[in-house]
Ligand binder design. Sequence first.
Ligand code: PPS
Length: 572
Amino acid sequence: MSTPNLAPIPELFVSYDSAQKLKAEAGNLISWDLTPRQICDLELLMNGGFNPLKGFLTEADYDGVVENMRLADGSLWPMPITLDVNDAFAEGLEIGQDIALRDQEGVILATMTVTDRWTPNKAREAEKVFGADDDAHPAVNYLHNQAGSIYLGGPVTGIQQPVHYDFRARRDTPNELRAFFRKVGWRRVVAFQTRNPLHRAHQELTFRAAREAQANLLIHPVVGMTKPGDVDHFTRVRCYEAVLDKYPAATTSMSLLNLAMRMAGPREAVWHGLIRKNHGCTHFIVGRDHAGPGKNSAGEEFYGPYDAQDLFRTHQEEMGIEMVDFKHMVWVQERAQYEPSDEIKDKDKVTILNISGTELRRRLAEGLEIPEWFSFPEVVKELRRTRPPRNQQGFTVFFTGFSGSGKSTIANALMVKLMEMGGRPVTLLDGDIVRKNLSSELGFSKEHRDLNIRRIGYVASEITKNGGIAICAPIAPYATTRRAVREDIEAFGAFVEVHVATSIEECERRDRKGLYKLAREGKIKEFTGISDPYDVPQNPELSVETENVDVDNCAHQVLLKLESMGLISGNA
Ligand code: PPS
């Protein structure tokens, strides 16, 4: 299995001339505007990265993949690659109909013949594929709260690749990589998958893997979609480029993979292996907790640290790519080198050092030292450029609570206090202001409330990205929408959720705007807390009581919270 057949792999693209013709004809077809994740999936379907798939999964293939990781014809495939759409779009379609698949600018990338349309059992998909129907898993959260409710399946005809403007020279299709390996005579290639910046431990691990497999090394980072909150791929690629100089050029190469990860641990490892096999690699590194999604809602790991290695091992013969498994690498101070932690025999006599991802983020956030044994100065410099200390980053304070709970009043007081401190621009996105300026056409149905909060989230994320402070004060009654906004914002800075926990009885008693009276009389419909739901925040950064506490004190509690999170300090 370690001498690859580097002949070209089948792609789903038609010839240039046919593509031009098809593109003109496809202009008349019903179009689906692909989501960012679907664009990633489509790219790998079309270029052979997902070989043997010939399109988005049919219902029979989907059932097989979900139940036992196999397509209907028996081939191994662990991940459902599905085209999820909304009800309205699905209703208008007939089986056998061709549809155009467009990117977010409207460019037609492919057509698809719809052979299957079904309503998936998402709870089953979550249990079987991701191991638990728990929204704390990013892919389960996506499945329930972002993906459409209907799946379409059928063969895809590729017209053109999605356009990328960044790092073009670093992106390769499976056939481009295969051609490169043929050209340079690389017969054994070990791939390293990553969604994080490379530090010294990774370099040591990849060196050892290449040595162990007697293979050349392909650093193959994911630049499509990774776990919410990860370092953005622009920064990471600059970091990779800095580290690449540390490898002997003739033995190591780097290529970027536009994959949308699912963080599915064991299944994901098998999927990653198949994708690397398609890219012409013979070996694949699986480390500790491969593609791990973090903790579940009970605070426990979703998968065991070596589950991914175990599942890969079971299937590697059939996959045709060999695993190079690695244990956790740690720094042994006395020997000044990295060693796999389980191979250290004299643990009680040496000093073992390690900096976790969480600890690294803390040090970056607080502008603390990051030692040379841990990372390369070039990498640390890049990370510091993107992630300045928290007291220089933008952030969002998101108040949520019933109408009349005191959100706006506390938000106003907080704004003034922050402006008094100076340093960063402050914008207040109060419920009423937003409804006047951004959402004047919206009402209070679930759909409209979600749209309203999404808009607030979008503006707040832009403010946060650009180093400002956004203070939001809508009711925001739905936990899933608040979570989505949190994820958007946390890509750029902190999200501080403050629950203004005034009880509904107290709000009604105060009834500042007289709205509760009208709601009781049925003159205002869908009124939060009276005739419409409110999901109480389960883990807000702060919860403030307003009964018998004055506004100044409430705003002060928020300031103290911001200070304890390192977001404000003496000189910022
Ligand atoms: S939401 O649910 O987050 O989109 O609501 P929001 O944009 O914050 O708007 C809430 C303000 O609109 C007034 N209002 C209502 N609130 C709740 N339910 C219904 N049906 C409703 N109709 C009008 C109310 O004055 C809210 O103002 P605040 O500032 O929260 O008191």
